[in-house]
Design a protein around this ligand. Sequence first.
Ligand code: ATP
Ligand code: MG
Length: 240
Amino acid sequence: RKSVIRITTGSQALAELLGGGIETSAITEAFGEFRSGKTQLAHTLCVSTQLPANMRGGNGKVAYIDTEGTFRPDRIIPIAERFGMDPAAVLDNIVYARGYTYEHQYNLLLGLAAKMSGEQFRLLIVDSVIALFRVDFTGRGELAERQQKLAQMLSRLTKIAEEFNVAVYMTNQVIADPGGGVFISDPKKPAGGHVLAHAATIRLMFRKGKGEQRVCKVFDAPNLPEAEHVFQITPRGIAD
Ligand code: ATP
Ligand code: MG
């Protein structure tokens, strides 16, 4: 592997949990209940990735694939200010694309890979990695095909992470289980089955705590202890 960089998240507790920050040449998956902070962490990473190495940043550009329409450029401004960076320059270094179908999502990845061979990118966000698959393959009978296409997409993500020494941060949804005939989402069950589980280098489970507090727990990491830490969502991004 190329020399791995660990990018700060804005929260010391979260960084500790990750062994220093989110890793390049690897895929970090965040799953968990709605409003648990997955997208907010993506926004903070958009800025911290651009910090110089001596500020525990990645000194590189960011690619953002948004399948849910939840990226807010306005949120980047106070986060950039917090880290002492020029918000306009930070926004310029975020290559943003909205994905509309799973095929479109795949093609966006191909385009980004071409871009990454010319410029230094250090982060690729896919928020969320699975939403479009769940929309495009609805029937029970389509599950096998869905998983096969998902595996293709994930293998492309792995290739990008390793080839360009980029940190991939992808968010995942949780499964809704029929409980007494009513579908209730289970905050502890990530979607995507084994295919997704195997692609992720590190899996993080997010949940809500008190007020703006959020809890992040490491799942299935080969070289990290199963621990959890509390962080906060603030107007200036993720913090302790
Ligand atoms: P979903 O599964 O619905 O995509 P998510 O895990 O991506 O959820 P986020 O969008 O990251 O959730 O988090 C939403 C939460 O972030 C809100 O409930 C709110 O508490 C907090 N939040 C959003 N903007 C701000 C802000 N400017 N200042 C403080 N907290 C904020
Ligand atoms: Mg979100």
